[in-house]
Design a protein around this ligand. Structure first.
Ligand SMILES: [Zn+2]
Length: 321
């Protein structure tokens, strides 16, 4: 009897030991949870939306343009488990040619008595149609400093990048172009002649500050008096470049990196002085798309002429280059 009782006690103890209630809890890995934080490759749409959230930031003087540009999407650190299976997307320098469009006035076309002014003007309705075409055909207008950043791979390349530039800082940019650009959320670069600001046909300093603060418009330099820099003395050359940079830096609270040569006139002396004055990117009036191997201080542009039809405008962007 005692043996039987002893056997029963042993059996009972063994049953307790193997029962689930008495065993240590077992954690079951849930791979689907581990994947939640894993970064997914950026497709074009996500890259574009990351780009849209980019705001123009500005470097201190002499700081390289591309190192100053924020706007990369906040990286999500991969978990150790996901790192092995999901590679983190790495931005690549963008090498496709990019069109840089050149505008001056956005205003009703002057009459035939002013052929030069007429050629430099795009009427607001045509401009609206051009922006609508860009929007409906998947283009992403960017600033020049953003172009520098996507070239270096520090900003994801958006879908179909195009740069819209406006020379001379005419007041009609603020009155006619800016409301349209803002409604589309389009970025643009405006080159101002600092000595002409606050005069009747040109932007005011308040407008320039407002545009800069918008995060959509990059302000670039265009000298103090719009002189032909190739004909300027060494002293005047330096003054036109540095006084423009200084005035803009003081008004905006940051230096500017982009510059347009008045009337597109430049040479190696002008280029060197431009770099010395703190500009990192400069545009000319030489026609063409901007390639990845271009000289950053001599980028070509595509002129949008006053009487250009929408078909001619679209041909500018879609023609073989
Ligand atoms: Zn000009």
């Amino acid at each position: 009897m005692r043996r039987i009782t002893h056997l029963l006690v042993l059996l009972f103890s063994a049953a307790v030991l193997v029962s689930p209630a008495a065993s240590a809890p077992v954690r079951i890995a849930r791979p689907e949870r581990l994947a939640v934080n894993a970064p997914r490759p950026l497709n074009q749409r996500r890259a574009a939306s990351a780009f849209r959230s980019h705001r123009i930031t500005h470097p201190t003087r002499n700081q390289a343009a591309t190192t100053s540009l924020r706007g990369r999407p906040t990286p999500v650190p991969p978990t150790p488990e996901s790192r092995a299976t999901t590679p983190t997307p790495v931005p690549h320098p963008f090498t496709d040619p990019v069109p840089i469009l050149m505008y001056h006035y956005i205003r009703p076309l002057p009459g035939p008595e002013d052929p030069i002014g007429r050629g430099l003007s795009v009427d607001p309705e045509s401009f609206r149609a051009q922006l609508h075409w860009l929007a409906t055909h998947g283009y992403t207008p960017i600033t020049l400093s953003e172009l520098a950043a996507i070239r270096q791979g520090t900003l994801p390349a958006p879908a179909k990048p195009v740069v819209l530039t406006f020379d001379d800082g005419y007041r009609d940019f603020y009155e006619n172009a800016w409301p349209l650009l803002r409604s589309y959320g389009f970025h643009a670069t405006v080159f101002v002649i600092t000595g002409f600001l606050d005069t009747p046909r040109y932007l005011t300093w308040d407008m320039v500050r407002e545009l800069d603060r918008s995060g959509l418009v990059e302000i670039g330099g265009h000298t103090v008096h719009h002189v032909d820099l190739t004909q300027a003395s060494d002293k005047d050359l330096v003054q036109e470049l540095t006084d423009c940079q200084r005035a803009l830096s003081e008004a905006l609270g940051h230096s500017v990196v982009s510059f347009a040569y008045p009337a597109g006139k430049f040479d190696s002396r002008v280029e060197a002085a431009t770099a010395q004055a703190g500009y990192r990117i400069a545009v000319t009036t030489q026609p063409g798309w901007s390639g990845a191997a271009d000289d950053w201080l001599a980028l070509p542009r595509l002129r949008v002429r006053g009487e250009m039809s929408l078909a001619e405008f679209t041909a500018l962007l879609t023609a073989t280059r």
